[in-house]
Design a protein around this ligand. Sequence first.
Ligand code: FAD
Length: 403
Amino acid sequence: MPVTDAARRPTSHSVLVIGGGNAGLSVAGRLRRLGVKDIAVIEPRTEHLYKPIFSHIAGGTAPASKAVRSQRSVTPKGVEWIQDAVTSIDPDADTVTLASGSVVGYDHLIICPGIQKDWDGIPGLAEAMRTPEGISNYEFDLAQKASARLRDITRGTVVFSQPAGPASCAGAGQKPMYLACDYWRARGILSDIEVVMLVPDETVFGMPDIDRELNRKIAEYGITLRTQTTLGSVDAASRTIVTEHPVRGSETLSYDLLSVEPPQSAPDWLVGSGLTDASGFVDVDPYTLRHPRHGNVWALGDAAATLNSKSGGALRKQTLTLAKNLVAVLRGEPMPERYNGYSVCPFTVSRSTVVFAEFDDQYRPVPSVPFWKGLARERRLTWVFDRHILPWVYWHMILQGRA
Ligand SMILES: Cc1cc2nc3c(=O)[nH]c(=O)nc-3n(C[C@H](O)[C@H](O)[C@H](O)COP(=O)(O)OP(=O)(O)OC[C@H]3O[C@@H](n4cnc5c(N)ncnc54)[C@H](O)[C@@H]3O)c2cc1C
């Protein structure tokens, strides 16, 4: 039977979204609400994970069930879900190729497949994570392991480590540490546990107000903070790590538990697409979120080369900016919105308080409640928001493009 032109032509969508995570579903939901029809999201996973709650799971303040919903149940109504993974993009032909071999066309493409976790980027790290002593809040299964291990340890050395370079909610590696310290203090065993935190920068976070709050908690819990220090290698057999410092050089440290935020980078498969900048992330105008050379390509979230610190909170502003700008382009109008670089990192500094860091792309404070810097102080109010209100808002409003 002869193959017709129609049969040869790839399936095509007005708006095609790569990645059905926080960014992909929220922006699809916003576009749908703005009246855009024929939106498809490509996402391989059957389960959607709410990552900010991983820190609570690891630190013992939320059950694992709070992180998971089926992808189908959270995909906004009227948006098509293509269960597959993109392997390459051809921005000149306006098509993407999927792992199944299918080719899908688009009028506009939104790229948001998240960031890549490089567990193999540090010698011995991947192997160490497979031992009982290797834990993390950056993977769902390791967060569940962390919860049990941090609960059960009664003495020894626990090392927490945060990497240099780009990261999704960079400070999140610290969160289970404060939660665990508060728990150990309540059990009366904190003095039997030596807690060491490795951070890559000169201070614990990088904003004076936030550093002050975190340093107060670090002193209160007796944590040894090693600044400008990164994890160089891990030897799981001897339970030792080698740390790197620009002046002190390499030092060896023993651990009984090792909690690691892994090094992160742009997804490897994007290289060669012609759409990335020197960092490997998707090149976009950081204010409009539109690609500088391909006017029908957009990016946001952890995979975009924007200037802000990568976070879900940043996405609430990014999704609105991108959706309104894309709709304006569809109508032939000027783009009305500019993303202001807003980001957020809620530090769970105890089992009932949070230090809510809100900042722009130069780490200047950007409080949600204008002129009130109080949210950046340790508060119960922000704990209630982070642990109880925000997860509800995420599942019911953010993913639907309503917030
Ligand atoms: C431990 C942890 C704690 C955090 N805490 C906070 C917090 O407290 N507050 C905050 O604001 N932010 C927090 N974040 C950051 C926040 O979760 C991310 O910034 C946000 O999820 C980024 O959204 P995204 O859609 O860009 O990426 P993701 O949410 O990672 O989604 C990317 C999606 O793309 C899919 N995908 C990947 N490759 C492909 C492909 N080739 N084809 C198709 N689909 C693909 C993935 O399966 C995934 O579903 C935290 C992150 C972590 C890891």
